[in-house]
Design a protein around this ligand. Structure first.
Ligand code: SF4
Length: 427
């Protein structure tokens, strides 16, 4: 494999930075063919306001579309398939990406979840247990896929950037299988299918630190980076934010699979040196659930959303002064066929999400009382309240008085959490 090149820009407008990284790699004319079809894939997987860094910064998406347009493709399509349980069009709307893309002159916006023209593509050399994926025909027929991720901390993957953003080209069914088998492996399988036609322009203009991928904090980092090798882009992004490469298990496997380079000596960094743009982000998830040894986690085939909410809940409990008080609680996530090992002697058992609905009865039959939090995924802060109050918590209510009480408690706890978070980020 030849050496990889990653370009970094810092300073000036978003538009200027996007143009600069692409110029450093040969210019837009070397990437986009005249009269071609280009698919731009942002990260718009969750409902999050502009500036929250839950999704790609709209200005970055707009700058990419304007730059691509300069090479005169026949068509630019913005496409996304939001996370399980999320509506893509709502995510694009609330994030400001739809409006930014339209103003930048995108030709079409497509919700991959609603696409009916799918093609079954076999995975020839699987790293995960996925044998095939159903991909939209328009994506397979496109000449170029411009992957426009935002860098975020991620509870189950440590971080999310260029390679992980490709996951948003499949519909919920495949998405679910990817999450509940081997997400890193499935991500690589998808990456292998698409790498030839993909070019990444990553948003480190405003990445997310803290409790990503949904509940972290935006950071004004002010950088854009780009490259053809998604693994090299991801590894360089990790180095820019102080995330130790060895904490993200997939790098070694990705290189072995021939997806790209992660070692510094195999990557030529163009533009700004990493040392000059380095800013340490707050990365609380480097040890996964191992960061919370006072609790037991029974996790089997759980989506990253439920894993993320659970890890977030641990931090929330700390912020409320409830973490130590509830030490010894066991959390059950995902699809368990049998009563999970490890819950014997637990202070209390909390069952997370619709996946664990039937477990309550199984545990009751085994003489263990458990509290259930419904939803797919459940609504935050139901899990936290279930741990603290030791009861089933369903926040879905038509009773205005109950809704008012819920709001009051949420507002009160939010103030405490934000204050606690400020202290953590400064520490
Ligand atoms: S309940 Fe949680 S783990 Fe189960 S399918 Fe829904 S999001 Fe995934």
């Amino acid at each position: 494999m030849s050496r990889s090149r990653v370009a970094i820009a810092k300073g000036g407008s978003v538009e200027a930075m996007v143009e600069r990284v692409v110029d450093l790699l040969g210019g837009i004319g070397s990437i986009v063919r005249l009269g071609s079809t280009v698919v731009v894939k942002p990260n718009a997987g969750h409902v999050g306001a502009p500036g929250s860094s839950v999704n790609t910064t709209p200005e970055v998406v707009a700058a990419v579309i304007r730059l691509v347009r300069k090479a005169q493709p026949a068509e630019i399509i913005l496409a996304e398939s939001a996370a399980i349980g999320c509506d893509t069009l709502e995510c694009l709307e609330v994030s400001g990406i739809r409006q930014a893309a339209e103003e930048a002159g995108v030709d079409e916006i497509r919700d991959i979840k609603r696409d009916e023209d799918l093609v079954r593509v076999p995975i020839e050399n699987p790293t995960s247990s996925i044998k095939h994926v159903d991909l939209p025909r328009f994506l397979l027929e496109a000449d170029l896929l411009v992957d426009v991720p935002v860098f975020k901390t991620h509870v189950s993957m440590v971080f999310s950037c260029a390679l992980k953003n490709l996951k948003g080209v499949v519909q919920d069914r495949v998405h679910y299988v990817m999450h509940t088998t081997n997400l890193a492996g499935a991500m690589m399988d998808l990456g292998e299918l698409l790498q030839e036609k993909t070019f990444a322009i990553a948003d480190l203009y405003r990445p997310m630190e803290g409790f990503g991928p949904h509940s972290g904090n935006p950071v004004e980092f002010g950088c854009i980076l780009a490259g053809k090798d998604l693994v090299a882009v991801d590894a360089t992004a990790c180095r820019m934010v102080g995330l130790p490469i060895e904490k993200a298990e997939y790098f070694v496997a990705a290189e072995e699979k021939g997806l790209g380079h992660y070692r510094e000596e195999d990557i030529d960094v163009l533009g700004e040196p990493v040392a000059d743009v380095f800013t340490q982000l707050y990365l609380p998830y480097l040890d996964g659930f191992g960061a919370f040894p006072e609790y037991t986690f029974c996790v089997r085939n759980a989506c990253s959303t439920c894993q993320g909410l659970t890890a977030f809940t641990m931090s929330k409990l700390k912020s409320l002064g409830e973490y130590e008080k509830n030490a010894g609680v066991a959390m059950v996530l995902g699809r368990h066929k049998e009563v999970p090992a490890g819950i014997e002697g637990a202070e209390a058992v909390v069952l997370m999400g619709d996946c664990t609905k039937t477990m309550k009865k199984k545990l009751a039959d085994a003489g263990v009382e458990a509290f259930h939090v419904p939803g797919c995924p459940p609504t935050e802060p139901a899990l936290c309240w279930s741990v603290v109050d030791r009861r089933d918590v369903d926040l879905d209510t038509d009773d205005p008085e109950v809704a008012k009480q819920i709001r009051k408690r949420v507002e009160y706890e939010d103030v405490m959490f934000k204050e606690w978070l400020r202290k953590q980020s400064r520490a």
